[in-house]
Design a protein around this ligand. Sequence first.
Ligand code: TPP
Ligand code: MG
Length: 360
Amino acid sequence: MSFASEDSQKLDFAGSPVNQSLSADDKIELFRQMTRIRRFEQASLKMYNKGVMGGFLHLYIGQESVAVGTISLRGEHDHFITAYRDHGHALAVGMGMNECMAELYGKASGCSKGKGGSMHYFAPDKNYWGGHGIVGGQTPLGLGLGYGLKYKELEGCALCYLGDGAVNQGAVHESFNLAALFEIPVVFVIENNGYSMGTSQKRSSSFRGCLAQRAEGYDMEWDLIDGSDLYQVRAKANIAMERARKESKPSVIEIATYRYYGHSVADANAKKYRTPDEIENYKKNHDPIRLWEHRLLDEGVLTEEKSKEIDDAAKKEAADSIEFAENAPAPTVDSIMDDVYWESDNDTEASKIGRHFFND
Ligand SMILES: Cc1ncc(C[n+]2csc(CCOP(=O)(O)OP(=O)(O)O)c2C)c(N)n1
Ligand SMILES: [Mg+2]
C-alpha cells in the first residue's frame, strides 16, 4: 500500500480554492471533529473491553481524516452511506455522542433505538444512510441515493464509502457500471486501509496502479489521495463532488489510510498479520490528526493550549456519553417488532395485505 502517488506527495494542497476559503475557525473545527471521533472511539473501546456491550466494534481510529475531510465539503443535497466502520462518518455528519454511545449499549435512546449497534448508525435527518454490514452492500444503495438526486433534479452528490476489500464484490462493479452508464452524481470513496480483515490488499486484489484505476474500465474519472493530508483529501474530493453536482458524472476516489486496531475489537489475529513496525510507522509519520495539528500550529492558527482544551473537551464529552448510555433505558420487549417495516409501523394498506412491494 502506498500513501500517495509521488507527485501528490510533493504538492501542497493548502492553496487549492476549497482550502483557501477555510477560516482559522474552520480549520480548528476540522481538528475538533477528528479529535472527537478518536476520543469517542477510545472511550467505546474501553467500555467494550469491560464487557458492557454486545456485538462487534469496528474502530475507525487512524482513518478520521477521510470522513471529516469529505463530509466537511457537504452541500445541502449531499448524502452519505458507508459500511460497518461507521462511527466517524456519524459524528462528522453531526450525530451526537450520546445517541451513538447509547446505540453501542443497545439502549432505546440509541440512534437506532438500540437495535442496530455499532454497525448500524443512521441519521436520515442528516442525510446519513448508515451503517451496512454486508461488504459492498451499500454501493447499490449509494448509487440509488445518487439516482434519486438526478431523478428529483437536485444539485447534490451521494458519497458512497467502501473498503479496499469491497472492490471485488459483484455489486460494486454493477454499481460502477450503472453509475457511468446513467451518469449518476455519485462519488465512490474507497477507504484503502490496506487490509480486509486479516488479508492484505496484495493478497486480495489484482490491479495495475491502484484500485481506483479500475474506474477507467467503466469510463469514469478517478483519483488517488493521501489520507494523512487533510488539505489533499478536501482538495481532491471536492473535484469529484463538484463533478457529480455540476455535471452529474460519477467518480471513484481512493484514499490511502490505515486502521490502528484489528478488523474489529474481537479480531483474535489482530497482531498476526501486521508487524508492530508497520503500525508504529503509521502512528509516527502518517497520523492524520497529529499532522493536521502540526500544520495548524505551523500556520499559527492553533496553539498548544487550544489543542489541549479541544482534546480535554472531547474526552469529557465521550466520558459523559458513557454516563448517558449507562443510565439510558433498555428497549421494551413489546417494541421488538417495531422499525422492521415502515409500512407496518404506519399501518399502511400494504402492511394489511402483507405485500410491501410490486403491488400494481
Ligand atoms: C458479503 C460479505 N462477505 C464477507 C463478509 C465478512 N467480512 C466482514 S468485513 C470484511 C472485510 C472487508 O474489508 P474492507 O472492505 O477493506 O473494509 P475495512 O474492514 O477495512 O474497513 C469481510 C470479509 C461480509 N460482511 N459480507
Ligand atoms: Mg480495508
